[in-house]
Write a protein that binds this ligand. Structure first.
Ligand code: EPU
Length: 428
């Protein structure tokens, strides 16, 4: 675990280009899906982040081996003979460890998983994942913090999620790939990372209809039908939003190579209302990227987090940081994680005027933040505190950098290349 801290000072407008790396919340699921077939897999556009290594360690314990080829490429080899057990010391390190559930129960007919860890923002149950597996015929037992699921063969089922949970959709989807018959998942989550997983599964030989919609139809195939595949990870919309927020509070013009407007439409609409200009690099090519231009003070807006295509909860610390220096008052409502306002205290230490109560935060923009020492409570909040430091007078020292490393591929280097006054130093 890194003891470093990030030192950041206000440096004026950012300029230049940043390449947006692949999405953490896709690559970890793609890696877990390699449990589903013997063979070799090549993943490209893989971000260089700590969670990829943690997932690689977990998969190695189960029987899939990961080789870092450099240049954002991972070769993964599944030679069969899997041990469908996710031990506590590995599973507790990341939330995405829960994503081995569907692949292993589908492929091996059994799985034992220590309940996953992840970020500390309140209770994150997996009841919907488990009810979905039970609907497909699995026997599920939870005792002593361990989930055991078993089914010689799963069968197709019609499953309606009571909430479009990302993780539940992914686990039910992967399990359904080997179920006998057809499974329909209604009210499925439709984040771009889920479409990415569906496309990878299809490249492996799965049969899935409705990709990108809220109704996924999976026609089960035999266990030995799936095979290795090559796949480029979808660009990370949360990292893209982070560089937009950095430009928003600093001013300037930055090209976000690879950022997909079609994956972040609602956020772009709201950012434009706040005063940002955001244009495609090439209107004929949605993959070419976006140009963000920021000038003058941001305007406040009200924002509520919602499942995709709404404003993602992962954007919220960035939005709150932008509102902290905007002109006016903005009300932010969190609809996914009640505890996800912990970073507010850290922003207050920087001089932000925010009142948070339950699901709501009232953010009264101030002209100026003041740099000081702050602690990152989780990945997204850590990045937001770095962005706040770009807008603060004096020096901001962000501790808890290991959280940022879990989801950001060289945040410091990328911001420095855009002209930010930022460095990573050992915590003193
Ligand atoms: N929920 C339940 N029961 C379930 C599943 C979910 O009550 O069985 C609740 C959760 O407690 C939460 C809400 O539903 O209140 C949303 O949970 P969801 O299952 O959609 O989220 P997740 O799969 O646990 C992923 C991302 C999160 C991101 C959320 C929402 C990964 C590894 N994590 O979590 O990303 O915030 O979707 O978009 O994909 C991050 O990257 O920093 C991060 C936390």
């Amino acid at each position: 675990m890194s003891d470093d801290c990030i030192l950041v000072r206000r440096a004026g407008p950012l300029r230049g280009e940043v390449v947006i790396p692949g999405a953490k919340n896709s690559v970890l699921k793609l890696m877990a899906a390699t449990l589903m077939a013997d063979g070799e897999f090549l993943l490209t556009n893989v971000p260089d982040i700590a969670d990829v290594q943690i997932m690689a360690d977990l998969l190695a314990a189960i029987g899939v081996h990961t080789h870092h080829l450099g240049g954002g490429q991972l070769r993964m080899v599944n030679s069969g003979g899997l041990r469908p057990v996710a031990p506590y010391e590995l599973a507790e390190r990341i939330r995405a460890s829960v994503n081995v559930l569907g692949p292993l129960v589908g492929r091996c007919g059994e799985v034992s998983l220590a309940l996953p860890g992840g970020d500390d923002f309140g209770s994150r149950p997996i009841d919907m994942h488990l009810r979905g597996l039970e609907a497909m015929g699995a026997t599920v037992d939870v005792h002593g913090g361990v989930v055991e699921a078993r089914a010689e063969y799963l069968h197709g089922a019609d499953i309606t999620l009571e909430f479009p949970s990302v993780g539940a959709t992914e686990n039910i989807l992967t399990a359904a790939v080997f179920a006998k018959g057809t499974t329909t998942i209604d009210n499925a989550a439709r984040e771009p990372e889920i479409a990415d997983l569906c496309n990878f599964l299809v490249a492996m030989g799965a049969e899935i209809e409705g990709i990108g919609s809220s109704t996924l139809v999976v026609h089960g195939v035999e266990r030995d039908t799936l095979h290795g595949a090559t796949h480029a990870v979808v660009p990370d919309r949360i990292q893209a939003a982070t560089y937009m927020a950095a430009t928003a509070v600093s001013g300037g013009e930055v090209v976000l190579r690879g950022a997909r407007a079609d994956h972040m439409e609602m956020l772009l609409r709201r950012f434009r209302e706040m005063g940002l200009s955001i244009m495609p690099v090439d209107p004929t090519n949605p993959c070419a990227g976006l140009v963000v231009h920021a000038q003058g003070r941001l305007r406040s807006i009200d924002v509520a987090t919602l499942p995709y295509p709404g404003i993602a909860t992962d954007y919220k610390p960035l939005v709150v940081t932008m509102l902290a220096v905007a002109d006016g008052v903005g009300i932010v409502t969190e609809n996914l994680y009640p505890g996800r306002f912990r970073y507010v205290e850290e922003l207050q230490r920087l001089g932000a005027d925010i009142r948070a109560d339950g699901h709501h935060a009232v953010v009264r923009g101030v002209e100026q933040l003041r740099g000081t020492r702050v602690d990152a409570p989780d990945i997204r909040a850590g990045a937001a505190l770095v962005v706040a430091g770009l807008a603060a007078d004096g020096e901001t020292c962000v501790h808890g950098v290991h959280h940022v490393d879990r989801g950001y591929d060289d945040l410091v280097g990328r911001l420095a290349a855009l002209g930010a006054d930022i460095e990573r130093v050992p915590a003193g």
